[in-house]
Design a binder for this molecule. Structure first.
Ligand SMILES: NC(=O)c1ccc[n+]([C@@H]2O[C@H](COP(=O)([O-])OP(=O)(O)OC[C@H]3O[C@@H](n4cnc5c(N)ncnc54)[C@H](OP(=O)(O)O)[C@@H]3O)[C@@H](O)[C@H]2O)c1
Ligand SMILES: [Zn+2]
Ligand SMILES: [Zn+2]
Length: 334
């Protein structure tokens, strides 16, 4: 195979609309695969990258890291994945596999990791290339459109619960019931936690219950809840009253950020000290956790609630994500 022509969608500069970008993809190296993409979820991290919120974006680039498709080409040394197999690819396209973190099931901390759509073109396109060991067969029970949001959203919420060793029976609250949040409720319930949803959107209350929350709180009522939770998973990407939210944690509780608010988080140490609280943040999960997450999703019939858009309607989808109108994950397809 010579170079493969690829069609993707990319912003030309920060906050710009995405326009079509064509580029050539070289043959896969010995341990790489090329996936023909059928579905790609839109994670809010794609929006942060498009808007250059984190100062790491180089334009133009193709966003997208919740990828599902079919393996079209494999490198000469690939043994774990076959041509024609249905697979998923998430945030990481490569890790070194040799560092201390890679060797201890913490490969999401690998200093040489490469992200699927940072410094390279990702999944809002017809093809993507990745290391074969970052590519995961999708269990037959899960449809491709539902598998896509699991590749980052599912992996991250499950990875936070596993990474912080949240125990069965714990009182877990999820703040922000969007793409990650609605999966957090489903995975948390499947993992045996007592789930509460905290939302700023009143009309999400009923659905939050259907995702597994035994209790739903609107954020304007949060001052009524003291020492109510052991683990508070923040998926919102907004500046909120963190000191007030610390009041909701019981002794030894943990407020764990997966969402990235724009400003620094200011809290007084005294409010942590009195209850021995932790403030933490979690980046995705390991490769092992990805496999475990997919097994849990298949076993417990975890199903993202999605709205599909054709790839050429990507800007409509992004607009709806940005206005918090998507219920609950936008997925691009053909
Ligand atoms: N750590 C990681 O590895 C990782 C992985 C993936 C994503 N992320 C980050 O996680 C965050 C969420 O991603 P997502 O794809 O789930 O986004 P999303 O679908 O937009 O969901 C975010 C939710 O946050 C809540 N929210 C938004 N604006 C708010 C405001 N002004 N005040 C209060 N709540 C607000 C909304 O829930 P309600 O309507 O219920 O209030 C919204 O649905 C992003 O910052 C993303 O970059 C991190
Ligand atoms: Zn490594
Ligand atoms: Zn993501």
């Amino acid at each position: 195979m010579s170079e493969l022509p690829v069609k993707g969608f990319a912003p030309e500069k920060a906050r710009a609309k995405l326009t079509q970008l064509t580029y050539n993809m070289s043959k896969p190296k010995a341990r790489e695969v090329i996936i023909e993409i059928s579905h790609c979820g839109i994670c809010y991290s794609d929006i942060h990258l498009i808007d250059n919120d984190w100062g790491i974006s180089n334009y133009p680039f193709v966003p997208g890291h919740e990828i599902v498709g079919t393996v079209r080409e494999i490198g000469s040394k690939v043994t774990n994945i076959k041509k024609g197999q249905r697979v998923g690819l998430g945030w990481f396209s490569k890790v070194c596999k040799t560092c201390t973190y890679c060797k201890s099931d913490r490969d999401n901390m690998c200093p040489s990791s490469e992200a699927t759509c940072v410094g390279r073109n990702g999944g809002f396109a017809d093809f993507v290339k990745a290391d074969s060991e970052m590519v995961y067969p999708i269990p037959k029970e899960i449809k491709s459109e539902h598998a896509a949001p699991l590749m980052c959203g599912g992996w991250t919420v499950h990875g936070a619960f596993r990474g912080y060793k949240v125990k069965k029976g714990s009182r877990v609250a999820v703040l922000g019931i969007g793409g990650l949040g609605h999966l957090g409720l489903q995975f948390g319930k499947a993992m045996g936690f007592k789930m509460t949803a905290i939302t700023s959107t009143k009309n999400k209350v009923k659905e939050a219950k259907s995702f597994g929350a035994s209790n739903v709180i609107t954020i304007d009522q949060i001052n009524k809840f003291e020492k109510a939770f052991d683990f508070l998973l923040v998926t919102a990407h907004a500046d909120l009253d963190w000191s007030q939210l610390l009041n909701t944690l019981d002794v030894d509780g943990n407020i764990c950020f997966v969402g990235v608010p724009p400003s620094t988080v200011n809290v007084h140490v005294f409010s942590l000290l009195m209850k021995r609280l932790s403030i933490s943040a979690n980046p995705g999960g390991s490769r092992k956790m990805m496999k475990e997450m997919l097994r849990i999703a298949a076993k417990h019939k975890i199903k993202p609630k999605i709205e599909t858009f054709t790839f050429n309607k990507v800007n409509d989808a992004i607009k709806k994500v940005k206005s918090n109108k998507i219920r609950y994950r936008a997925v691009l397809t053909y």
